[in-house]
Design a protein around this ligand. Structure first.
Ligand code: FAD
Length: 530
């Protein structure tokens, strides 16, 4: 008899590790396998965003990850003459974490893998490769290879988080499509940097575009573009690599930890699912790292897919819900890839004339406050928002909010100030916003039970805690929740486990709220044919 799990996750990169944590937290039995003997040691992602930190927070991993994170850093863009023409320096992001923090992928992966070892719902096996799978319609059989020994595992769902060369992607007949963008870059990680500068520096010089990124624990990353004709052997030879590094700061003699050449691509899989088999992370999309979004996109996939698989496995929602994974994530992932390509033009301008005009325009934008803010606060980054998916847009408020990620401000609860998600807990959550949350909470009890949702009251910022409060009750002390809702006096919001808005009702719409949400649940009732 094969071993049986709810979900088999193939690949213990950041996507697979995060997905395994989120599934295990939702009481799903998960097996995570990795063909290598350990987590990655290669120089890969160095920038983690606020949305990913929120995902790690949801998985209970943010504190452990923070040990190897240098929080909140910006970037400056320098022209060929060395003059600065743009600064990006975002303050705290709306999702509860800094918009950009520096980290090292090998350290994060090790932290996530170590934390999984003590998890009673998860098993992590290194040195184990998935060589084949068969989708039988009601379950999947996967063939695993460990040191030449074959075994079978049975699971309800298989997720291929097996990276850019994904076996799973080929096996489900998905093709990578997209842009012809392809560039080679030398990646050098050094330790004990001599350069005290704390921001990312982008050397936007058509002669030799390069980026230096400071990291945690006095590390520094150099990313330096290769020209056609330059080979990996040439630029990774130490004297040549040191010569290149020396051009961008005072680290010519520093200890080099890793040297690699990567070819960056911009591609997306045309399908992310076949029956019971899904793709996530680099298996589904490949992006150049100029916007620092490859891993971040993979963590978004994990956050989107985990609660859907859990809800279907636990019988809370119908399996039609699983169709919304590709519907929601694919378009957004492509938007982020296009964003990265645009950022790439800024880093690595092809045309000197266009580059000079761009630099002048960005310099001039400093004189116009809204434009300056747009740049400095990183408002140019596409928002986490879905056009279609598992949410309803029934009235004005829901049209404005549904399909968007809810902000995560600090909120007051009694004498404490906490991040919103830490109050709401995992799973679906109703937020009853208004001076009398008890009244608002009366109308949708059946749906809350069905979804296993928590119900939290939220006072607007200009109301004090009453004597006999609704429990749990928080206060929107920063006003961020009120602003997000267009300064309504009262509303009820249904948040999904990934903290996107599924439904939103003004007070006057509450009598219909139960029906509207039941209809949403009905839309995913049918079992989707594999
Ligand atoms: C130079 C560089 C800089 C980057 N900078 C950033 C950045 O700043 N921010 C950011 O967000 N992203 C960045 N990225 C991208 C980021 O590193 C990737 O997007 C991320 O690693 C993808 O994670 P993943 O888990 O989807 O895939 P991977 O990390 O590729 O993990 C897939 C895993 O699956 C395993 N595997 C494959 N096949 C099998 C099989 N058949 N059986 C078992 N195991 C298998 C592999 O061994 C691998 O460990 C950067 C990438 C590079 C190269």
């Amino acid at each position: 008899m094969p071993e049986t799990f709810d979900v088999l996750v193939v690949g213990a990169g950041p996507t697979g590790l995060t997905l395994a944590h989120l599934l295990a937290q939702a009481d799903v039995k998960v097996l995570l396998i990795e063909q290598n003997a350990s987590t990655v040691g290669e120089p890969r992602a160095v920038s983690i965003d606020d949305e990913s930190m929120r995902v790690l927070q949801a998985a209970g991993l943010a504190d452990a990850a923070l040990a190897d994170i240098a929080p909140a850093y910006g970037s400056e863009y320098l022209g060929p003459d060395g003059a600065r023409f743009a600064i990006v320096s975002p303050s705290q992001g709306e999702f509860g974490w800094p918009k950009r923090s520096a980290f090292r992928q090998p350290l994060l992966e090790r932290t996530l893998a170590d934390a999984l070892k003590n998890n009673r719902n998860a098993a992590l096996r290194f040195g184990t490769r998935c060589v084949d799978h068969r989708d039988l319609g009601d379950r999947v059989i996967a063939i695993l290879d460990r040191d030449g020994e074959r075994s079978e595992v049975e699971c309800a769902f298989l997720v291929g988080a097996d990276g850019g060369r994904s076996r799973t992607r080929k096996a489900i007949g998905a093709e990578l499509t997209g842009s012809s963008f392809e560039e080679k870059w030398l990646i050098a990680d050094i330790v004990d940097t001599r350069d005290p500068y704390r921001e990312t520096q982008v050397f936007s010089d058509p002669r030799r575009p390069a980026i230096t990124l400071p990291g945690p624990h006095r590390t520094r990353r150099f990313e330096i573009r290769l020209w056609p004709g330059e080979t990996e052997e040439q630029v990774t030879a130490e004297p040549r690599a040191r010569d290149l590094i020396a051009r961008y700061g005072g680290d010519a003699d520093a200890e080099i930890e890793r040297l690699r050449v990567y070819t960056f691509q911009a591609r997306i899989a045309d399908r992310w699912r076949n029956g019971r088999v899904f793709l996530a992370g680099d298996a589904a999309h490949l992006t150049p790292p100029f916007a620092g979004q490859g891993m971040n996109a993979g963590l978004r996939d994990a956050a989107n897919l985990a609660w859907k698989l859990a809800a279907v496995l636990k019988g809370r929602l119908g399996s039609g819900l699983l169709d919304s994974y590709q519907t929601e994530r694919k378009d957004h992932a492509w938007i982020m890839i296009r964003f990265a390509i645009r950022m790439g033009y800024l880093v690595s301008p092809g045309n000197r004339f266009v580059a000079a005009i761009t630099r002048s325009a960005l310099r001039a934008s400093r004189l116009i406050p809204p434009l300056r803010d747009w740049l400095v606060q990183m408002r140019f980054k596409p928002k986490p928002r879905f056009a279609k998916g598992f949410f309803v847009t029934a009235g004005d408020l829901s049209a404005r909010l549904c399909g968007r990620m809810f902000p995560q401000p600090m909120v007051e609860r009694g004498q404490s100030t906490l991040r919103l998600d830490d109050v709401l807990g995992p799973g679906f959550a109703f937020l009853c916003y208004g001076r009398d949350p008890g009244l608002l909470a009366a109308g949708f009890g059946g749906v809350a039970d069905r979804l296993g949702a928590s119900v939290t009251g939220c006072l607007p910022r200009n109301f004090a805690f009453p004597a006999s409060p609704f429990e749990p009750l928080i206060r929107d002390s920063t006003g961020a929740i009120g602003r997000f809702m267009g300064d309504r006096d009262a509303a009820v919001i249904l948040l999904r486990p990934d903290r996107y808005v599924a439904a939103a009702f003004e007070e006057s719409e509450l009598p219909q709220a139960g029906d509207v949400m039941s209809r949403l649940i009905e839309t995913v009732r049918e079992r989707v044919a594999p």
